[in-house]
Design a binder for this molecule. Sequence first.
Ligand SMILES: [Ca+2]
Ligand SMILES: [Ca+2]
Length: 188
Amino acid sequence: MKDYTFTWDINEDGKYNDFTGAAVELPFEEPGVYVVSVKATKGGQSATYDTVVEIQKDRVPDKPTITGPTSGKPGETKTYTITANDPYNDEIVYLIDWDDGTYDVRGPVAAGKNVVVSHEWTGSGSFNVKVTAYDSFAGESEVGTLSVSMPKSKSSVDTPLLTRFLENHPLLARLLELPIFQRLLQRI
Ligand SMILES: [Ca+2]
Ligand SMILES: [Ca+2]
C-alpha cells in the first residue's frame, strides 16, 4: 500500500485533485447522495474506484411513552416513567408538560433509557400530561400523552344536595328561614 499514491475526486468533476492520501475525511454536511472516487497510482499505472456516500438527515426520536398512575388525589406525589427511542440512538432531552402550568426537563439521557419523574398536582381536575423528546440535533418527536384525573376531595363531592342547591339559590334560602318553612322542614 505504501507504494501507492491515492488521489480523490469528491465533487464529481472527473478530476482527482480534491484530496491526497489513503484516508480522507469527507466534508459533506448537507443530506444527499455523493459519489466519491479514488485513484490509486503506482509506477505510472493507476486504478480508480467509485463509491456512493449517503449523508442522511437526522431522524427524530419516536413518540415518548408515559407509564404511571392515571388517577389520584390532589397533593399526592405521583411517579411516572418516560422513555423514547431514537432511530440513530441520539441522546434525548425530555420536556414534560404537567398541564397545570408547570414543566420539567430531564436529560440528556441515552435513547431508550427510562427516566423516572415525580409530580404533585395541587388542584383537582383532569390533566393531560404531554411529553416531547428532543435529540441532540433538536429533532422533535411527536407528543406522547397520558390523561390523569384528580377528582375533588370527598368532602366537597359529598356536600349535601340541599346545601349546594341553596348556595345557588340565595332567595330560596332566605324563604326557608321563615318560621313556616322551618316547621315544614322539621316534618320532612
Ligand atoms: Ca474533483
Ligand atoms: Ca435522532
